[in-house]
Ligand binder design. Structure first.
Ligand code: MOS
Length: 695
């Protein structure tokens, strides 16, 4: 237990420090970094889903005016490590998925590079591919562990016995679609090797300059001192820039072919659907058993999902079911199909996002079966300790969030299939959850310079607010005015920082900054001299292992479904969250409503439509891959309760980047069901799934 920082700057809705530069267009993003005489790259992608490249004819492409170099699997440099097959670009003629990199053109302009890439003639020996995910495949396997190091399977008690003997039980299958992250800024890199190809600078759009550098060093066999990664601003990532993808290695490789000359590579929106990661589709088989009063006797989830043949990524979809509710008999399993598909990866709340869909709809179905209010059903199953670890919660305010949300939303007077003119109206609810994480590495330096406190740490701001809130934390730890504190981020020249992932950034970097600030005060007191400097490391910050730390929330949705056309409108979304202490209400609200909007998007709009005949996403652009826009959102409100958690970290923060997207899709499905009586168990909820069942 720690004494939380005395909040002064913390809690203020300060405006974004990077806001003006962004609004004025002076914030430089990776691709637009001003460099002298850049060359431009365009990737060449495989047009088969499985097989091998037998020949590449570059004659016509090379003849185009302005083409500088063309690299193919037959002549590209050999990399130091090919262990990570996603990063082993142009190292082998084998093709493991459609759209895989088979070449790159470097030219004087991006237009010529693109034209030349089109003119490269690749010949293949094509093999049958297999890219269809199904629960009854005979080659499903259990990964050694699932993402974030969780156990693949867990079991306690006897679910089958409880299902057989319980007063009420339900067994249902739910599925979520394939989703692509689609940040506004595409994956982009400006790469420059010095003239003797000994030092590499990457201006790369990334969620972590140090993890990015580490991956590049591994692949190219370089020392950390030989690479600098710079990334002050990011136009979103949602996990897809949490680890580099093949495009970063390709940019570094292309630049090494032209030492001394900067090279730029930005993926097109279409290319992002092959090369930048995505969320696996999931199939979730749920079992719930309960007594007549709604006390759960069993809860089980068996998940089937996909990975690529060349690299495993196992989304931890079953993980939230392990700890949400108090059932004595529990089971969770994950099985994967390794298919001829692109490499899946992190997408906002990996695990918790899809994993709060099936269970939270199942709870609604159980509530209906029992005739119990779904808010009340959740409250009746509130566990006193973490059912999995048996540790007490650091703080768990799900019930408060449910009650406060219900009150504010008007839940007690909810319409059930009420007709309002041509529209059917219903309300839905679901819970949200996200673990509170802190990474093991991150260091900050703090220096007194020209009458101000300047901290440096290689952190990242994806648009989330780190530029603004890290000074707030540092100022409170120093007990000075926030205007006197500057925190510099986004460069490997600053001390090592962890990835902006797992909603852990503030918890981790903030802890390191507080350690540095306290060391600074201890050493130099209140009137430091110019140049006084200390550093602080997150591993010196108090760490509690005795509690289970999670953020919780409750989301409420009003659905209106047109009785004749099935058109769905969601005029109101309300989320009430218990996320620890909020450092900046302005940036926090933006994270929470951003997450909720993305959850709405998952529920109604987003869907990477897989064409198994050719093995690719058919709708691989923003014309066809629909993302919720302003016009799709009515009133959307995110609130938080006053939560004081002395166990998570000295700031009392739990992380807010991801919890907003968890549970939303279930609340939407539950609301649509309340409105229409139609239960859609397969996302997204589109009108073709509603029309046959409308009253
Ligand atoms: Mo987030 S998907 O952990 O970057």
């Amino acid at each position: 237990m720690t004494d939380l920082l005395e909040p002064r700057a913390i809690g203020q809705a300060l405006v974004r420090r990077d806001g003006e530069a962004k609004v004025r267009g002076t914030a430089t993003y990776a691709y637009e970094t001003p460099v002298e005489d850049p060359a431009y790259c365009h990737p060449v992608q495989a047009t088969i889903a499985r097989g091998r490249v037998t020949a590449v004819d570059t004659t016509a492409a090379a003849a185009l005016d302005g083409v500088l170099r063309i690299l193919t699997p037959f002549d590209a440099e050999r990399l130091a490590s090919t262990e990570d097959a996603e990063y082993a670009v142009l190292q082998s003629p084998e093709i493991a998925f459609r759209g895989q990199l088979v070449g790159v053109v470097i030219a004087e302009t991006s237009e010529v590079a693109r034209q030349a890439a089109d003119a490269v003639v690749v010949t293949y020996a094509e093999q049958e591919h297999d890219s269809t995910l199904a629960v009854d495949r005979d080659d499903l396997y259990a990964p050694e562990q699932v993402n974030a190091g969780h156990e693949t399977d867990t079991a306690e008690g006897d679910v089958a016995a409880a299902m057989a003997t319980a007063e009420v039980s339900i067994e249902r299958t739910y599925s979520t679609a394939m989703y692509h992250n689609n940040p506004l800024e595409p994956h982009a890199t400006t790469a420059l090797w010095d003239a003797d190809a000994q030092f590499l600078t990457l201006w790369d759009s990334t969620q972590g300059v140090h993890p990015d550098r580490a991956a590049v060093c591994e692949v190219f066999g370089l020392d950390q001192e030989q690479v600098r990664v710079v990334c002050p601003y990011v136009g979103g990532g949602f996990g897809s820039k949490g680890r580099p993808h093949a495009n970063v290695m390709l940019a570094a490789m292309a630049a090494r072919a032209l030492p001394g000359r900067p090279v730029k590579l930005a993926l097109t929106r279409q290319q992002m659907f092959f090369l930048a990661g995505y969320r696996t589709p999931t199939i979730q088989q749920l079992q719930l058993a309960a007594d007549r009063r709604g006390r759960l006797q069993a809860i089980a989830i068996d998940v089937v999902e996909q990975t690529s043949r060349i690299k495993e990524f196992a989304e931890q979809t079953g993980v939230p079911t392990r700890m949400m509710y108090a059932a004595p008999n529990r089971r969770s399993t994950h099985r994967l199909a390794a298919l001829d598909v692109p490499v899946p990866s992190w997408f906002r709340a990996p695990g918790e996002c899809p994993g709060m869909f099936g269970p939270e709809v199942a709870m609604d179905e159980l509530a209906e079966e029992l005739g119990i209010d779904p808010v009340e059903l959740r409250i009746r199953n509130e566990p006193e300790v973490d059912p999995e670890t048996k540790k007490p919660w650091s703080s768990r305010n799900l019930v408060r969030c449910l009650r406060e949300g219900a009150e504010r939303f008007g839940w007690a007077d909810r319409p059930r299939g009420r007709r309002d003119g041509d529209w059917l109206v219903g309300y839905g609810v679901a819970s949200s959850v996200y673990p509170t994480m802190r990474q093991a590495t991150s260091t900050a330096t703090l220096r007194f310079e020209d009458g101000r406190y300047v901290a440096e740490i290689g952190a990242a701001d994806l648009g989330t607010g780190a530029w603004t809130i890290l000074p707030q934390i540092t100022a409170d730890a120093l007990d000075v005015d926030v205007a006197d504190v500057e925190v510099r981020i986004g460069d490997t020249r600053y001390p090592t920082a962890s990835v902006a992932g797992g909603s852990s950034g503030t918890n981790t970097w903030g802890s390191a900054l507080v350690v540095a600030a306290r060391a600074f005060r201890d050493k130099f007191g209140g009137s430091p001299a110019d140049g006084d400097e200390v550093s602080g490391d997150v591993d010196q910050a108090a760490k509690d292992d005795a509690h289970a730390p999670y953020a919780f929330g409750a989301q409420f949705v009003e659905a209106r479904v047109h009785a004749d056309t099935g058109e769905i409108r969601l005029p109101r979304l309300l989320g009430v969250f218990g996320v620890g202490r909020v450092v900046n209400p302005r940036t926090a609200r933006s994270q929470l409503i951003g997450g909720m909007t993305m959850g709405l998007s998952m529920a109604l709009h987003e869907n990477s439509v897989w064409d198994p005949r050719i093995g690719q996403v058919a709708n691989h652009d923003l014309a066809e891959y629909h993302i919720t826009v302003n016009a799709d959102v009515g009133e959307i409100e995110a609130l938080w309760i006053d939560e004081h958690d002395p166990y998570v970290n000295v700031m009392g923060t739990k992380g807010i980047g991801e919890i907003g997207i968890t549970g939303t899709a279930a609340a939407v499905v539950n609301a649509v069901h309340a409105a229409t009586g139609v239960r859609v168990r397969d996302l997204p909820v589109t009108l073709d799934k509603l029309l046959p069942g409308l009253p």
